[in-house]
Design a protein around this ligand. Structure first.
Ligand code: FE2
Length: 197
């Protein structure tokens, strides 16, 4: 059966990726009870980069990547670090929108899920938040850094876990990266840049 609503397709592909991955599934009681909520589209230049990105390798999450792309023109692209000194290049090129949670198309009381997109050669500097967090790499690759652990280059199907308030960062090199980001608690406190790292 063909699902004509791109957001329902996105939800189905997101849940399939999360439930289908043993590490992600074990991380949190993943939200199954989600409800649709009104969505207020918000444009950001990062969506142009995402929609014209040509550097994706073929991988197992292509249906999810296509679903993320399909809703890009109507998504509420976030400006998480607006008003900080992170710089206009980062603000223009770093992409993030909510899939499950405030500002996104779906609501849940038990989890939050965002997509994060970074084009090649972009550094997302150290930041932290009280929420426990998991990244699932959907496509491309990035170098992940976190306090107290060696740097790792992660690719599709790999995961990264960040414990509460652990500073972490990521940098793309030759390839873009596309990720799902999952929080399971402490939803009300947004990430902040980590100073002095
Ligand atoms: Fe984080």
């Amino acid at each position: 059966m063909t699902n004509l609503d791109p957001y329902e397709t996105l939800l189905a592909e997101t849940l399939a990726a999360c439930f289908g991955h043993p590490v992600v599934r074990a991380f949190a009681p993943f939200p199954t009870a989600v409800k649709r909520q009104p969505l207020d589209p918000h444009y950001c230049p990062c969506s142009d980069y995402f929609e014209t990105e040509a550097g994706w390798p073929d991988d197992t999450y292509d249906p999810l990547r296509r679903a993320l792309l399909a809703v890009s023109p109507t998504a509420h692209w976030r400006e998480t670090y607006k008003g900080t000194d992170i710089g206009s290049d980062f603000m223009d090129r770093f992409g993030c929108y909510s899939i499950i949670g405030p500002g996104g198309p779906f609501a849940s009381d038990t989890g939050r899920v965002w997509m994060v997109y970074m084009p090649p050669d972009l550094d997302y500097p150290d930041h932290h938040h009280p929420a426990q967090e998991m990244y699932l790499i959907v496509s491309g690759s990035a170098e992940f850094r976190k306090a107290g652990a060696p740097n790792e280059t992660l690719r599709a199907g790999d995961t990264a876990i960040h414990v509460s308030n652990q500073p972490h960062a990521m940098q793309t090199h030759d390839e873009p990266v596309l990720c799902l980001v999952i929080w399971k608690d402490e939803f009300e406190t947004p990430p902040v840049l980590t100073s002095g790292v």
